[in-house]
Design a protein around this ligand. Structure first.
Ligand SMILES: *Cc1c(COP(=O)(O)O)cnc(C)c1O
Length: 374
């Protein structure tokens, strides 16, 4: 088997997607399954679609192009505004996009008209997280202008929270989105098809039956489907699997060495050194190097096996304290991944993704369905 590799359990991704699609359907919400943390994996997209997501969300056109080459014909939403230089590709590849700049929408309309297509526009509203979106007061005017453009169709409104500033989706900001939808519909005499309330961080709000969901009928879900956790605190979501991904690397050095570095300390390639060894640590340690580095993973986003500690990583070396045992050179070590490590591994050309639809023989997974608070 190739190494390092990202082992992906498609059955667990499909399970998570199915559970969320069903729970949200009961609340009147459809799911767009976001594949961007897997680098636009067509296998993952197919697993999500088989589990009932209504469409696929992607942030990058090269990922969408890869999906299309693998015959993913489902509706695809670009969840980042097309760049002005990429409107022709965007119109060709995706059905609709999230938009916040009139200049981009004008260009999309012109290009779509030229291509004989109609590109869907979801206007993004800024509700406090301070990433993308029109200020609320500007939304009705933008919507009015979109309606005059021949190459685009106003599909709805959306917002995105909890990404840039960690603003939590709640009754107040979600009600503001509903109010804007009502204003636009009344003022312009249209019916908006999509009201996209946000991402995986919205699940706590959306699944809490005490909350009135207003007009919100759509969520864009990546992390919750892929990793089974609530991004707001990374707690497991009830009934979902958190072990659909395992990153496997190979031991290239394994030695007993002093626990603390010696000599005069300057900066490392990645800034100030992480001082290994705390007071009370043993003088010697079982130190293991795995052939993985920051090019492939975010060290803080790795979950090592029980008894093993991640000490740090440079570009190509991941250094572990292997606990009481020295691990043999050539051994395979499996890690769980958080979002940052998943994104990095999926986009590293050195890491190969492998796919399975069932348990198989690897023991890297805990295997349990979660308790969880949502
Ligand atoms: C990445 C992204 C999503 C999906 O976010 P998750 O936290 O992975 O569910 C949804 N919407 C937008 C605009 C995004 O950029």
């Amino acid at each position: 088997m190739t190494m390092p590799r990202l082992e992906i359990r498609l059955d667990l991704i499909a399970h998570n997607a199915r559970v969320l699609v069903d729970r949200l359907a009961a609340r009147g919400i459809v799911v767009c399954g976001v594949t961007k943390a897997t680098g636009g994996s067509s296998e993952v997209a197919a697993a999500m679609l088989a589990a009932g997501v209504a469409s696929i969300g992607e942030s990058r056109l090269e990922n969408v192009e890869a999906l299309r080459r693998q015959d993913v014909t489902a509706e695809v939403m670009l969840v980042r505004s097309p760049a002005p230089s990429q409107v022709a590709r965007a119109v060709r590849q995706v059905d609709l996009s999230l938009n916040s700049e009139m200049a981009v929408i004008d260009a999309l309309s012109l290009e779509a008209f030229r291509q004989g297509r109609r590109h869907g526009v979801v206007l993004m509203v800024e509700l406090g997280d301070l990433r993308e979106g029109l200020m609320p007061d500007d939304v009705a005017r933008a919507a009015e202008r979109v309606l005059t453009l021949p190459g685009v169709k106003l599909r709805g409104l959306g917002t995105n929270l909890a990404c840039q500033s960690g603003v939590v989706p709640d009754a107040a900001n979600m009600q503001e989105l509903t109010n804007l939808v009502i204003t636009v519909e009344e003022r312009l005499g249209v019916a908006l098809d999509i009201v996209s309330g946000g991402n995986s961080a919205n699940l706590g709000w959306a699944l809490d039956e005490r909350n009135d969901l207003g007009r919100i009928n759509h969520l864009r879900l990546g992390e919750a489907i892929l990793l089974g956790v609530d991004p707001l605190d990374r707690s497991p979501i009830h009934g979902l699997r958190t072990d659909a991904f395992a990153l496997v690397g190979e031991v290239i050095e394994s030695k007993r060495k002093p626990a603390v570095a010696w000599g005069t300390l300057g900066q490392t390639a990645f800034g100030p050194p992480s001082i290994g060894g705390t007071s009370g640590a043993p003088a010697m340690m079982n130190r293991v190097i795995i052939a993985l580095g920051r090019q492939d993973i975010e060290p803080a986003g790795l979950v090592p096996p029980v008894g093993v500690t991640v000490l740090g990583a440079s570009s190509d070396h991941l250094v572990l304290d292997s606990g009481p045992e020295l691990l043999p050179v050539g051994a395979e070590i499996g890690f769980g991944v958080h979002y940052a490590a998943l994104l990095r591994a999926s986009t590293s050309p050195s890491v190969e993704s492998t796919y399975r639809w069932s348990e198989g023989s690897d023991g890297a997974r805990a295997g349990a369905v979660n308790g969880g608070t949502i």
